[in-house]
Design a protein around this ligand. Structure first.
Ligand code: GLN
Length: 203
């Protein structure tokens, strides 16, 4: 059984832990660098990326996170967590840093200017035949990706149709939306499977 950490600096930590347990994982709330050595994968939850970044700095977690992700720790970022896993961000606050790892440019609060929060059905590659009912809350979108990044989902309707909202690059994945809130845990199952394969060194 994989142990999947949830970065517990800020954001909807408990909902992710519950979803991961549904997906067959053990969970650990991560606040200190030592705890990164006890996990097989990590979820970076939604919340507020500027606060998460500041707290990661204050807790001396930013460098350890970068190192572990670089060394192959599987990680999944949702919303603010997506921002944290982006190599490049737009509309961040002055000096805002990320953990990085995914070769993409993410625009903060991108959907938020038109509408703060909305729901939309998004077909997701590798996660079943029915579209995923996705909840977006002041969500970022992915503005561009490098060659190594696989696009798993795009917004389907409305003025922002075609915008990338789910990606994967090797052992790293990210979504603009919040799959921990709906009771449909396909995204968490997908990530837990990715972690299990990484533990068996199958990828
Ligand atoms: N707007 C937030 C940020 O910039 C993300 C919102 C969310 O995680 N629901 O971090």
């Amino acid at each position: 059984v994989p142990t999947i950490g949830v970065l517990a600096l800020q954001g909807d930590v408990r909902e992710h832990a519950r979803a991961l347990e549904q997906a067959g994982a053990r969970t650990l709330n991560v606040r200190r660098a030592e705890e990164l050595d006890r996990i097989d994968g990590l979820v970076l939850p939604g919340g507020e990326s500027t606060t998460m970044w500041r707290l990661a700095r204050a807790f001396e977690l930013l460098e350890p996170l970068r190192k572990r992700v670089e060394a192959g720790l599987p990680a999944y970022g949702s919303c603010a967590g997506m921002i944290m896993l982006a190599d490049r961000i737009r509309d961040g606050v002055a000096g805002q840093e990320t953990v990085g790892g995914i070769d993409m440019t993410v625009r903060r609060n991108a959907f938020g200017r038109q509408v703060d929060s909305f729901e939309s059905d998004v077909p997701l590659t590798g996660m079943g035949d029915t579209p995923y009912h996705a909840v977006f809350i002041r969500a970022p979108w992915v503005e561009s990706v490098g060659d190594a990044v696989e696009v798993l989902g795009r917004a389907e309707s409305g003025p922002n149709a075609g915008r990338i909202v789910a990606v994967r690059q090797g052992r790293l994945m990210a979504t603009s939306f919040h799959p921990e809130l709906t009771g449909d845990f396909r995204v968490h199952h997908y990530f837990a499977d990715l972690v299990r394969r990484a533990m068996r060194k199958e990828d």
